[in-house]
Every structure is written in structure tokens, then in C-alpha cells.
Design a protein around this ligand. Structure first.
Ligand code: AMP
Length: 222
């Protein structure tokens, strides 16, 4: 199945995609992760992308399409994919349409003030990219307990060190939310018109959210 997860930075796209993709036997593809890998390896593409990422700006579409095409060319992506953080512009969505047909778009909805609290409390494994969160967010219907590692500062999966990403300061998060509203929000209309959009309110922990999202995906499979 060809799936796109849409939602502002910090809405949980990466966490949910990484848990749902194995259940569907398809890869979870995060353009942010692919870019961070290219930056860490200092590849020519990584060098071009780095300055945009530091500012919280979008990396130009041609660079993104280059990494996406390369990733979709791998064998594991033949039966489908979950994209997380891609497409982020109408141009990217149009380019994707030319290579693969998207079947469902999960749109994760969450208020800005929750996002800011969540991102500031997020810790990512330097080595394997596993995501944790040290905040407990509670208001109204929303209850998001922390996703803590067993040992403080250490990844449960691989023993790597847990860090805050360099683009996770309050100002950069606000800038990224601004970029999201201007450049990515139009995709909500784009996919609504194509009748592919499914709205999902983020109200709980991954244990609560993953079955809700899975149910949406299964509904549209029928
Ligand atoms: P993410 O991990 O998805 O939050 O992405 C981190 C950063 O990588 C973003 O702030 C952008 O600078 C860049 N990025 C990731 N995916 C894309 C994309 N599809 N288009 C443009 N820039 C992207």
C-alpha cells in the first residue's frame, strides 16, 4: 500500500510510521532521516541540504526528489511505503504522483502549543534514530504519557546516546511550524480533492494512536 503521513513537525508521524510500517510489510521512509544521514556522511547532496535544515527551511524540491527516487528504487519499496515528512510541497506531491500512486493520506491533527512542548521534550537516538519523549502532556481529552527509555539518556534498542536534535530549539520549532502552514498545509486541500485524506486527532500515546491509525488504513483497503 502506498501511504503518506501528513502533519506538522512533532505530530508523531515518525513514531507511528515506524511502528505501523513493519505490520504492513512496507518500509517507513522519512526524508528527514535520509537527509540527516546524507549530512552526517558529508555526501554532496548532504552538503547542499545542510544549510536549509539548520534554519528549519525546506530543502529544494529537486534535491528531495533525487533522494526519494533513489529510495523508491530499492526492492523493499515495491509493495508500498509509508512516507513521513514527504511530500511537503504541491510540487513534490505532483512529482510523486508521476512515479507512484498514493492510496491514502493520514493527516495528523494536533494544536501548536502541544507540538512545542512535545518537540522540546523529544530525545532521538544518535545511532538508530529511535524516538523517545520525556514530557507528560495532559489536557481535555488529550493524555500523552512520556515514552521513556529504560535507562536515562540511553536507547533501549541499540544502546546509543539520546540527544535533542539541533533543529529542536523553540525558535526553530516556531519557524518550522510557520513553514508547515505556508508550504505544506495546501497539501491538505490537494489530497482532500483527490478523496485520499483521513483526519486523525492526536490524543494519546503511541499505544493508543497506532491502532486508531491502523483502523483508518484498513478501512480504506476495503
Ligand atoms: P523532519 O525530520 O521531517 O522534521 O525534517 C527535518 C528537516 O529536513 C526539515 O525541517 C527540512 O529542512 C528537511 N526536509 C525533510 N523532508 C523534506 C521535504 N520533503 N522537503 C523539503 N525539506 C525536507
Amino acid at each position: 500500500m502506498n501511504i503518506v503521513f501528513l502533519g506538522p513537525p512533532g505530530s508523531g508521524k515518525g513514531t507511528y510510521a515506524s511502528r505501523i510500517a513493519p505490520q504492513l510489510g512496507i518500509p517507513h521512509i522519512s526524508t528527514g532521516d535520509l537527509l540527516r544521514e546524507a549530512v552526517a556522511k558529508k555526501t554532496p547532496l548532504g552538503k547542499k541540504a545542510e544549510s536549509y535544515m539548520k534554519k528549519g527551511a525546506l530543502v529544494p524540491d529537486d534535491i528531495i526528489m533525487q533522494i526519494v527516487k533513489e529510495r523508491l528504487g530499492k526492492k523493499d519499496a515495491r509493495p508500498g511505503f509509508i512516507f513521513d515528512g514527504f511530500p511537503r510541497t504541491i510540487e513534490q506531491a505532483d512529482s510523486l504522483e508521476r512515479i507512484r500512486r498514493v492510496e491514502i493520506v493520514i493527516n495528523l491533527k494536533i494544536p501548536d502549543f502541544v507540538i512545542i512542548q512535545k518537540i522540546l521534550a523529544r530525545r532521538t537516538c544518535e545511532k538508530c534514530g529511535e524516538i523517545y519523549n520525556i514530557a507528560h502532556i495532559k489536557f481535555g481529552k488529550v493524555n500523552m504519557p512520556p515514552v521513556s527509555p529504560k535507562k536515562l539518556g540511553i536507547c533501549d534498542k541499540c544502546g546509543g546516546k539520546l540527544v535533542s536534535r539541533s533543529d529542536e530549539t523553540e525558535q526553530i520549532i516556531k519557524d518550522r511550524l510557520d513553514v508547515y502552514r505556508k508550504q505544506t498545509q495546501p497539501l491538505i486541500d490537494y489530497y482532500t480533492k483527490k478523496k485520499l485524506l483521513r483526519n486523525v486527532d492526536v490524543i494519546g500515546s503511541p499505544e493508543v494512536m497506532v491502532p486508531i491509525i491502523m483502523a483508518e488504513i484498513k478501512k480504506s483497503k476495503k
